[in-house]
Design a protein around this ligand. Structure first.
Ligand SMILES: [Ca+2]
Length: 413
């Protein structure tokens, strides 16, 4: 139903766009999004060191609709773009003798790491570091060149490129390890940040930049649940429940071993549900009370079976050879419950379950009905979407306009 309404609305919007040329004071049009979306995972991290402005800029150049900053906090409470609180693998911190004594052991979600942690550095100190390519086999010629951006710098980039390109470039921030950040302590034993400081600070920044609106070109994502529930009571910005697992079994079912078994706040709160439980009918009903989108790892959506057939004929059996058995039904069930589905992660250099060709893999998922996907290679993602039968079909994402700015209002009592 939404589809046909949108199609009817398109000629009117095109006419309105022409009219704007003669009427620069025209009020902003309702936010329009391509669907399905190509989300630049950590920027164009297949080509540049992840989570740098240069990586995000390249993803935008390649046609990404959204860029994805993962966020962690510095000691002086700034939100910076890093995939982990540990910064040893993605920066040149090990080459800075002045920080050698910051290397330490710390628990993150039940796992101990020996590393440098963002929360032991001020933003000024972080700015003396440079990003490096974290994944083996990728271009390292940009190592040591690009600084670590703050969320504010990522927003500024998205806004300036939106103006330059005439496309609305969205941002897709992830709150990394909410429970970990909330429970970090100062040497004195007092909380370093405290409960929900991270969430409050994120909303303050996003509301200032975009307003408190479901029409903001923003999705906030998390693997934890209680922080999203908290956010749902404080913002209309769209929220995404990420769904993890640690591996895929031969029969296509998901392996759920810690620390990928449950949202970490469930572990702490003694909630027995695991990630897979959030994708059952009851689980989706629950998620729909506070989120707009589910973001499951891709094997949750597509059944593939390791049946020992060398399908690509290269003489070895790999994950590429798995038999593709079609939808698990999760996409259809989520859509029935009003949830959009964004899935991850598609990589040209780490091919997928059941596919030898990354573009074909992504097109398959677009055809299957996902509303967006995260890829390290936004250029291939755009090609894959253009090849999909669902290209240009905006669906399952709310159309934003004045009548529809508060879609979750009343759901949170
Ligand atoms: Ca093979």
């Amino acid at each position: 139903m939404l589809d046909s309404n949108l199609k009817l609305a398109l000629p009117a919007l095109a006419a309105a766009a022409l009219f704007v040329i003669h009427a620069p004071a025209q009020a902003a049009q309702p936010h329009m999004e391509n669907s399905p979306l190509v989300i630049g995972h950590r920027g164009a991290s297949g080509y540049r060191p992840e989570h740098t402005l240069e990586s995000y800029a390249l993803a935008i150049e390649q046609g990404a609709d959204f860029i994805e900053p993962d966020l962690v906090l510095t000691k002086d409470k700034h939100m910076i773009a890093r995939h982990e609180p540990m910064i040893g693998a993605t920066t040149d911190v090990a080459d800075h003798p002045e920080f050698a004594d910051r290397k330490t052991r710390r628990m993150v979600d039940g796992v101990e790491y020996l590393d440098w942690f963002a929360s032991d550095f001020t933003l000024a100190e972080i700015k003396t570091l440079r990003a490096v390519q974290a994944r083996a086999g990728r271009d390292s010629q940009y190592d040591g060149l690009f600084p670590i951006p703050t969320l504010e710098e990522v927003i500024a980039l998205a806004k300036s490129r939106s103006k330059e390109t005439g496309r609305a470039i969205g941002i897709y921030p992830e709150i990394k390890h909410s429970t970990y950040h909330a429970t970090l302590k100062k040497p004195s034993g007092r909380p370093l940040f405290g409960a929900n400081y991270f969430e409050d600070q994120l909303l303050k920044t996003l509301h200032k930049a975009y307003g408190n609106s479901a029409c903001a070109p923003v999705f906030i994502q998390s693997f934890e649940v209680s922080n999203l529930q908290y956010l749902s009571g404080k913002t209309h910005i769209r929220l995404v429940q990420l769904i993890d697992a640690d591996d895929v079994n031969a029969d296509g079912s998901l392996s759920l071993l810690p620390p990928y078994r449950q949202p970490y706040d469930f572990v702490v709160n003694g909630d027995a549900r695991d990630f897979a439980d959030l994708l059952t009918a009851d689980g989706l009903d629950f998620v729909a009370t506070y989120a707009d989108v589910i973001g499951p790892w891709k094997p949750y959506l597509l059944q593939t079976v390791a049946d020992g057939v060398d399908r690509d004929g290269d003489g070895v059996i790999t994950i590429k050879d798995r038999r593709v058995d079609g939808s698990t039904g999760v996409i259809e069930m989520a859509h029935d419950k009003g949830l959009a589905v964004h899935t991850w992660t598609f990589r040209n250099d780490a091919s997928g379950y059941g596919f030898a060709d990354p573009r074909e893999e992504m097109t398959y998922y677009f055809d299957l009905g996902v509303d967006g996907l995260f890829t390290d290679f936004a250029d291939t993602g755009v090609e894959a979407r253009d090849a999909s039968s669902n290209a240009g079909e905006p669906k399952h994402l709310r159309q934003c306009g004045s009548q529809n700015k508060h879609p979750r209002k009343g759901r949170h009592k």
